[in-house]
Ligand binder design. Structure first.
Ligand code: BEZ
Ligand code: FE
Length: 256
């Protein structure tokens, strides 16, 4: 076993053992926990569980001193290879897509404010009812998923609808555990992005809608004040907001 595995696995197990002793965990509770581990595996919910309850600490710790814009968790609903959109940069959607239309635009720069041309913004989001295409019944494959590129001045634009908040699945083991602890299962309304440009650290982030419920009680603990956006009415029934992204330089590859 490597030193790293020895240290990390040993430390995690020691902390579980301490929690058992400090909380007087019973044999019945241990057996129930074992069954719950089995249920999470059978339901295919380990990625969900990890992204809800663990990923935010890895993200916060890994990027604590990063220059540029704030990131947050990736979550389990990203799909690679969404189509690259041309003007007017509208995320693919149903003809009768519900929800308030919104456009958001801004610039992608390096950490010193220099524009990054041809940066890529990979965007995905839930629909107005809080459903992700390919993961939840309702929206067709590819709905509200697309990529846009910045122009020579680092500017981008995306047209979409304002997403709705959503709960993690309530009927699976992660949702049941959340209910047993009497925690809120909701995520506030948000738009996911991965912003990338050559020579820079990709930024995995989310933009949270200021009018959404649950900003203070996100089950995934992923909200950061810097990531809350303020869509303003545009007078034609729609909304608009701006958001600029600053990317840190790529991390130097570790020496072999
Ligand atoms: C999401 O942002 O889509 C998400 C994150 C963590 C768990 C579930 C969903
Ligand atoms: Fe999400």
């Amino acid at each position: 076993m490597s030193d790293r595995a020895n240290q990390l696995i040993g430390d995690i197990l020691r902390r579980i053992h301490e929690a058992i002793v400090e909380n007087d965990v019973t044999y019945e509770e241990y057996q129930a926990a074992k069954q719950w581990f089995i249920d999470v595996g059978e339901a295919g919910e380990w990625p969900l569980f990890g992204d809800v309850y663990i990923e935010h600490v890895v993200e916060e710790h890994s990027f604590a001193n990063r220059e540029g814009s704030q990131g947050t968790i990736l979550g389990p609903f990203h799909l690679p290879d969404a189509p690259v959109l041309e003007a007017p940069f509208e995320l693919p959607h149903r003809p009768d897509e519900t929800g308030d239309k919104t456009v958001f635009r801004g610039r992608v720069t390096d950490a010193d404010g220099n524009p990054l041309a041809n940066a890529n913004l990979d965007v995905w989001q839930a629909d107005a009812e809080g459903r992700y295409s390919s993961f939840m019944p309702g929206p067709p494959e590819g709905n509200l998923r697309g990529q846009v590129r910045t122009d020579a001045d680092g500017r981008y634009e995306v047209r979409t609808v304002i997403p709705g908040p959503y709960t993690i699945p309530l009927d699976g083991p992660t949702g049941k555990m959340t209910a047993a602890a009497e925690w809120s299962p909701w995520r506030p309304a948000h738009i996911h992005l991965i912003v990338s440009a050559e020579g820079h650290e990709p930024l995995v982030t989310q933009l949270f809608i200021d009018s959404s419920d649950y900003l203070d009680s996100d089950v995934a603990s992923a909200v950061k004040p810097e990531l809350i956006v303020h869509p303003e009415p545009t007078g034609d029934g729609g909304f608009a907001f701006t958001y600029d992204f600053a990317l840190a330089p790529a991390r130097t590859p570790a020496m072999a």
